[in-house]
Design a protein around this ligand. Structure first.
Ligand code: NA7
Length: 538
């Protein structure tokens, strides 16, 4: 019983991850009363849920953390790419500094929300029969709030342990000496496979699309070196990240791929690989995600380096084929740590499910379309999420006329600026549809959009505006902009969750703003500076 049956506040925030916490902190500073409804049992968002083996962030610190000095000043990381446990500790540190939990209702899943015109309030219903009332409703759901479980026949028959990555028991699942299946090759599948292989008897990775993984180049960090970097360098990094395409400390170089000689290009690619992380993706030549030949050159380098690491010819063809399965970087690369050497070992297997799709599950394991039974003790479903739009469509959100958002978006996604929805007054969201979301570093995105939302709410209060609703015309223009920017890239050529392809029946459309942070921030700001351009205010 951590909140009353009826709760009234100024601002009701849904989600207590990076986004929700940031909003609450900034709004409190402006004198607003805030509450958070959170489906999980603690703060941390995806880092509360991500308990699967090997879960680790793949954007390096300090880029992957709040830019708030009161948080980073006395926080020290152990390594460049920390794992779940350390991220959970980080959120404990955040809690100590910001005192967030006292205004959170945990285990509180929102199942309905509608703006009530007569009272000028949002009424928000929860699964356990409570109602929250607030002038403003802010949605900080993250882009992975709804899990994707393919509905293979017989899944309930399996006698071993089967878990979706995002519902992995926090207490762990023993894999020592066990036969483990990992379905999926997103960031999650790669991490589970390489981690469980340290103990399991055998790991089998079911691969529909090979991940064009990049070397993580993990590195331990000392307190001394971090303390030194905090004297000026951190602030510089946080400021600079706003000027880069994806909100990182690096950016595409101001050069096209074929401006360089083949030798210089090779040396450049090599340097990016050695730097590790996403550099080969997001600090590459500026045309890598726009020009097919440029992209192919990057792919060929990737394949050359990666193929050398796989001695088994059959596995090599599935994991790193000479002909690319898709343009490099148009699906999210995962950062690997010995993934290829691990799968190359004779006891581990790779099943090409493009050739032989999964047909059904049995008590003992998985049958593929060639009739073969693969037996397992543990199955990890690393099958991802109804990404970007799944969460917001799944919370009973209705417009002023009572039409469900899921219904409104049946034929396509519409938002204004990737932060608001026409027909949903005084409601804003972040790290969701048509924002930089999946093409960005999460904390950067959350702060850029969060600052804007806070400024917008403060402006509404200061100017005595009671009601602020995006127009449908503004939404249509924004949607066009999002599609136009995406069409200038190679993203639409590839089937991916960026484009909604991973969920059967989902509309195929670009779900993310592909124009980069500098442009995004400019567009966002100008709408506010122009007196809520694109909104009806009253
Ligand atoms: P992803 O990246 O969506 O990966 C899901 C994987 O599951 C992907 O390899 C899919 O293959 C595979 N998948 C999904 N459905 C099926 C079926 N029916 N058959 C075979 N394989 C299937 O999710 P993650 O959890 O790894 O990562 C999510 C994001 O969280 C990540 O990008 C980070 O930003 C953090 P496909 O590629 O579609 O062929």
């Amino acid at each position: 019983e951590n909140y009353a049956k009826e709760l009234e506040t100024d601002v009701l925030i849904v989600g207590a991850g990076f986004g929700g916490i940031y909003l609450m902190h900034k709004l409190r500073q402006q004198g607003f009363k805030c509450k958070i409804f959170e489906a999980g049992a603690d703060i941390g968002g995806i880092w509360h849920w991500n308990c699967y083996p090997g879960a680790r962030v793949d954007s390096q610190v300090p880029i992957y953390e709040y830019s708030l000095p009161e948080i980073w000043k006395d926080w020290t990381w152990s390594c460049r790419y920390p794992g779940t446990e350390e991220l959970q500790k980080y959120f404990e540190h955040v809690e100590k500094k910001l005192d967030i939990k006292k205004d959170c209702a945990f285990n509180t899943r929102v199942i309905g929300a509608q703006y009530d015109k007569p009272s000028s309030q949002w009424l928000v219903r929860t699964e356990d029969g409570r109602t929250g009332k607030a002038k403003y409703l802010l949605l900080a759901l993250g882009f992975a709030a709804k899990r994707h479980f393919p509905d293979w026949p017989g899944m309930d028959k399996f006698k071993g342990e089967i878990h979706h990555s995002s519902f992995w028991p926090a207490s762990g699942v023993p894999v020592k000496g066990k036969r483990v299946a990992v379905i999926g090759t997103g960031s999650t599948g790669i991490q589970i496979a390489q981690e469980t292989a340290k103990e399991a008897a055998t790991v089998t990775n079911f691969v529909r699309t090979p991940n064009l993984c990049l070397p993580m180049q993990q590195k331990l960090l000392t307190k001394e070196e971090q303390d030194k970097r905090k004297q000026g360098e951190y602030q510089e990094i946080f400021t600079n990240r706003l000027n880069t395409f994806a909100g990182f400390q690096y950016d595409f170089v101001e050069k096209d791929t074929f401006d360089d000689s083949p030798e210089d290009r090779e040396a450049f690619y090599k340097k990016l690989f050695e730097a590790g992380g996403f550099e080969f993706w997001l600090a590459n030549y500026r045309d890598v995600l726009k020009n097919s030949e440029a992209n192919r050159a990057a792919y060929d380098f990737w394949a050359k380096v990666t193929r050398k690491r796989i001695s088994d010819p059959e596995k090599r063809e599935i994991l790193a084929p000479l002909e690319p399965a898709h343009a490099f970087g148009t699906k999210r690369p995962s950062l690997e740590q010995n993934y290829y050497e691990m799968l190359d070992r004779p006891e581990n297997k790779v099943v090409d499910v493009k050739k032989t799709p999964i047909k059904e599950f049995t008590e003992k394991g998985i049958i593929t379309s060639d009739g073969k039974l693969h037996e397992f003790d543990v199955i990890a479903l690393a099958t991802g999420f109804d990404s970007v739009t799944g969460g917001i469509k799944n919370m009973g959100l209705k417009d002023v006329d009572g039409v469900e958002l899921a219904e409104k978006w049946k034929k396509g996604t519409y938002s204004y600026l990737g932060v608001s929805l026409s027909g949903f007054p005084n409601c804003f969201f972040l790290y969701g549809a048509q924002g930089p979301t999946a093409f960005s570093n999460g904390p950067t995105c959350v702060e850029v959009q969060g600052d804007w939302i806070v400024d917008a709410i403060v402006k509404l209060r200061n100017e005595g505006i009671n009601y602020c609703d995006a127009t449908h015309e503004a939404e249509k223009e924004w949607r066009e902009k999002v599609i136009e920017l995406s069409d200038e890239t190679l993203f639409p050529q590839t089937k991916s969750w960026y484009m909604g392809d991973n969920i059967p029946g989902k509309v195929r459309e670009q779900l993310n703003f592909a124009g980069g942070f500098p442009l995004y921030s400019k567009l966002l700001r100008s709408a506010l500076d122009d007196g809520f351009r694109g909104f009806i205010t009253a």
